[in-house]
Design a protein around this ligand. Structure first.
Ligand SMILES: Cc1cc2nc3c(=O)[nH]c(=O)nc-3n(C[C@H](O)[C@H](O)[C@H](O)COP(=O)(O)O)c2cc1C
Length: 319
């Protein structure tokens, strides 16, 4: 998620689930071809399995970006056909490409030619006044004919005029049934759903209705402890670390980051919601958000924030 997630966030999330695929924020093909490649593409091997999400609409440039990214050994390359921000529309990529399925097919065909790993597509159900009932199956038909067998569908339209990107994640209504019908129409394809999923119980319900996967964005970011700890149970695996063990496991990564001159806040900003809904969650969030961007903030701040949680838990136990 652009401006929210980064490699520190993915490293943190991976400590809570071994199985879930993690996605990078969208990186444009132009940035990879012309920009600072290592800064855009470096990540920790601990993050696997991890998908690189690309934005673009020029088949040759997307292919060049995939060729460059090959050395980084991502597990999947995903093309973003769902992002509605102005910046993205002006470059003619993201959700506006729902209107140009033939171009998307050319893009993914060119990407596949360069990619040793699966090329997947994240899309909306349509844009503006398109009729999703006809547009979405046509889009899937054409893009799958170009060799994509895995779609992540954000189950709402993007309205490209008049709504901000934030509103475009909230206002156009969700249509899960349409995505379920796509799975029924294309049973040989991997169809994953996205949009408005806030709990593992909800994710499980959608998987039980036949979908192949569930992508969770905002809830995983805001409540990582609730959404990601226990996610491996969806694959039948036991949950891994609890939230306290996650904090301990973050310490070496944080220490390395600080030693390289990084600031505490750059990592702890992703951890603010770890104890969401638990006693002491507010204190944890407050101590970190007030202190972590101060000069010299270090691991002792994490101790202070953790003390808020342990003291609150003791208070609850003591009744
Ligand atoms: C701050 C922010 C940045 C986002 N950036 C991306 C992005 O880079 N690529 C993408 O495919 N979706 C992006 N999204 C959309 C989410 O991936 C997701 O499709 C959307 O939030 C709906 O799912 P959710 O209800 O689970 O959050 C972003 C969402 C937010 C809130």
């Amino acid at each position: 998620m652009m401006d929210w997630t980064d490699r520190h966030c993915r490293y943190f999330h991976r400590l809570m689930t071994a199985r879930a695929m993690l996605y990078t924020e969208m990186v444009t093909s132009a940035a990879i071809v012309h920009g600072p490649k290592a800064r855009l593409l470096d990540y920790s091997t601990a993050e696997h399995p991890v998908a690189l999400q690309l934005g673009g609409s020029d088949p040759a440039e997307l292919a060049a970006a995939v060729r460059i990214a090959r050395d980084w050994r991502y597990d999947e390359i995903n093309l973003n056909v769902g992002c509605p921000s102005d910046r993205v529309q002006s470059g003619c990529f993201g959700a506006v490409l729902m209107e140009r399925p033939a171009l998307v097919a050319d893009c993914v065909a060119a990407m596949r030619d360069e990619s040793p790993v699966p090329v997947t597509v994240k899309c909306r159900i349509g844009v503006d006044d398109q009729d999703p009932e006809t547009v979405l199956p046509d889009f899937i038909d054409r893009v799958s004919a170009a060799g994509v067998s895995h779609f992540v569908i954000h189950a709402r339209k993007a309205w490209l005029q008049g709504l901000s990107p934030k509103e475009n994640r909230e206002i156009p209504p969700l249509d899960y049934d349409l995505v379920l019908r796509m799975k029924a129409s294309f049973p040989h394809l991997t169809i994953c759903i996205n949009g408005g999923i806030t709990s593992l119980a909800q994710a499980r319900g959608l998987l039980e209705r036949g979908l192949d996967g569930v992508m969770i964005g905002r809830a995983a970011y805001h409540e990582p402890g609730n959404v990601l700890i226990g996610a491996d149970a969806l694959w039948g695996d036991a949950p891994g670390r609890d939230a306290f063990a996650v904090v301990e496991a973050m310490r070496p990564d944080i220490a390395d980051h600080l030693a390289e001159g990084g600031r505490l806040h750059q990592i702890t900003r992703h951890m603010l919601g770890l104890f969401h809904g638990k006693p002491g969650a507010r204190g944890w969030r407050r101590v970190l958000s007030e202190g972590a961007s101060r000069d010299g903030a270090g691991l002792d701040l994490i101790d202070r924030a953790l003390a808020e949680v342990t003291q609150a838990a003791e208070a609850v136990r003591a009744g």
